[in-house]
Design a protein around this ligand. Sequence first.
Ligand code: BV8
Length: 230
Amino acid sequence: MQKIVILTGAGISAESGLGTFRAEGGLWAQHKIEDVATPEGFARNPKLVVDFYNARRAQATDAAPNAGHLALAKLESEFAGEVILITQNVDDLHEKAGSEKVMHMHGVLAGALCAMCDHRWPAPLVMAPGDRCPHCDQPSARPDIVWFGEMPYDMDEIFDHLASADIFASVGTSGNVYPAAGFVAEARRNGADTIEFNLEPSMVGGQFKDIRIGPATQTLPVWVDSLLAG
Ligand code: BV8
């Protein structure tokens, strides 16, 4: 049975109106990474960080999935083989599009995490520094987001999937951030066909066998239809 492993990044949500990180005027242009996406930044100024994620949670709540998300959901439901969807994105647009198995390796805006007891619960739309954990009652709630310097989720399972992928596809990611940017090398090492979907080649674009240039809302539906046609 054929196995397709897909990695998505901020670019797949761009056409749903959610800002990417590295475009001019993108998220990282408005804030420094070390101030809003590191544990040190959170310790230094928890309100700045919590408000950064409150703004993104509100934006993601109002956003609708686009034809790129919908194409991947169609692939998962209609493909005869196995489809594994790994996303670096913390929005829920893949789920809104109907994807059922989504691995959020960098966490989720919809989740809250207790820094003391590791309890997880659905995040309120607006979090505040010092929110109490419903499990241990400590004032140690934080967004359930993987910050720089923190270990992404599900890495063992992800590497198992990369070891047995027949096709590895990467959509809308700049290839700046590791370990996600290293997945293509891992998939190639294991003999997978590799394909990148982006507006331009990413930092690891040269490692892909095939590159489809264009907006994901156009390139993904064509690719999915070709896979489903068999
Ligand atoms: C780890 C959650 C180790 C937060 C994110 C030096 C110092 C410190 C660390 C490091 C260092 N050097 C390397 C590292 C490791 C570091 C890293 O890689 N840093 C980079 C900056 C060099 N990585 C980490 O720290 C990771 N953890 O290494 O842990 C460890 C080991 C043992 C024990 C403990 C720990 C953790 C990284 C996770 C950070 N969290 N997200 C949040 O979302 O706010 S990363 C964040 O940026 C995103 O999640 C995403 O993963 C990442 C990159 O963003 P992209 O998705 O690629 O978006 P970007 O804007 O960059 O690109 C968009 C792309 O889409 C573009 O290419 C564009 O052309 C394309 N596009 C746009 N529109 C469209 C489109 N494509 C198609 N269609 C369109 N319409």
